[in-house]
Design a protein around this ligand. Structure first.
Ligand code: GLY
Length: 365
């Protein structure tokens, strides 16, 4: 398999995304990033056993190794994406006297990436960092585009910063040890790109879903490439989510409500997004924007990816309304949703009949 490279075009904050089998232990990839500087690797307890030893071995054996290399292990899970956990990174950086020329490497999924990125944004008012996403979800979504932060008990990702990495390094080999539930969660975000921006990619996903679920490496690499390409284009057009970038949140307003009502970590983010996308398509259908056939088509593909297509049975209308009202897309108290105008074309809008949303939520359970 070849190396594929994409660029996130952001002026002086432009950076490459490298997609390569074996990238995690490639001297060619790492030499220019870590040579002769202080390096702090942020990872979690699970990956500390699974991937960290061979990554450390690779970096230590470089012709010009880092000046100093340390690592910090965070507890594993969305429920730990908090300000308290973030402090573990600051503690490690300060105890080791890391200066502002240091590099932080985020080795992990979305939780590690969001927290390491936020730590990089804040430590000494900003140090460089590299994303090494190790789940499908983080490879196709959270590692690209510079969203960093932590959750607050009252809302997901409510404390954070836009802060771009120096590079995103995606090693497709690490997916071979990904639990099936995590693979499905990542496929939710992959399907999202087809629904919001590329009808022919959605068709390709329909043709190849079995192969993707069976972890076919080439198919996964192709899906990652197209997903990152779409994400890079959207981020380049609207880095700080003044407008179009919000389409990347199809299903997320419903999904975040599910995640916070169930307790962070009970449903994986991608699972909540899967059920949330079905609900967003269903509302688009209720509004007469897409056909029932389109809505069913989306639901069927999400189901084939092993994802839930209904919200949790115990979740009430009030819980949905409360969760959806703290979404970052709420402006001046007005809820804006990402909805479909057609397969492959999403809009973010407050201009919809809210009564239809209320009917949809009242029919739950
Ligand atoms: N995950 C959505 C975004 O990065 O904007």
């Amino acid at each position: 398999m070849t190396t594929q490279t994409l660029t996130v075009d952001l002026g002086d904050r432009t950076y490459p995304i490298t997609i390569q089998s074996g990238a995690l232990t490639s001297a060619q990839v790492w030499s220019p990033l870590v040579a002769d500087r202080q390096v702090m690797i942020v990872t979690n307890e699970t990956l500390g056993q699974l991937l960290l030893p061979r990554f450390l071995e690779c970096i230590e054996s470089l012709a010009v190794p880092p000046k100093k290399m340390k690592h910090v292990l965070l507890p594993d899970g969305e429920q730990y994406k908090t300000l308290d956990t973030l402090n573990l990174i600051f503690d490690a950086l300060l105890e080791q006297r890391f200066d502002r020329r240091c590099l932080i490497i985020a080795l992990g999924g979305g939780v590690v990436g969001d927290m390491a990125g936020f730590a990089a944004a804040c430590y000494q008012r900003g140090v460089e960092f590299v994303q090494v996403p190790t789940t499908l979800l983080s490879q196709v979504d959270s590692s690209v585009g510079g969203k960093t932060g932590v959750n607050h008990p009252l809302g997901k990702n409510m404390i954070g910063a836009f802060y771009q990495p120096q590079a995103v390094i995606i090693d497709t080999d690490v997916l071979s040890s990904l639990p099936p539930r995590e693979l499905s969660a990542g496929l939710a975000e992959v399907i999202k790109y087809g629904l919001i921006a590329d009808a022919s990619f959605l068709l390709w996903l329909e043709e190849h879903m079995e192969g993707l679920m069976a972890c076919n490496t080439q198919l996964l690499a192709d899906a990652i490439y197209r997903s990152c390409q779409i994400k890079a284009q959207v981020v380049a057009a609207d880095e700080r989510e003044g407008g179009i970038r919000a389409i990347l949140n199809l299903g997320h307003t419903y999904g975040h409500a599910i995640e916070s009502a169930q307790g962070y970590g009970v449903w994986l983010h991608g699972e909540a997004v899967g059920a949330g996308m079905v609900m967003a398509c269903e509302l688009s259908q209720r509004l007469g924007w897409i056909t029932e056939a389109d809505s069913e088509r989306a639901k069927k593909l999400i189901m084939r990816a092993g994802l839930p297509v209904e919200p949790p049975k115990n979740m009430t209308q009030d819980e949905f309304q409360a969760g959806m009202s703290v979404d970052k897309k709420v402006l001046d108290g007005q809820l804006r949703l990402v909805l479909l105008r057609s397969i492959g074309q999403a809009v973010v809008t407050a201009d919809f009949d809210v009564a239809q949303l209320e009917v949809q939520l009242s029919e739950l359970g």
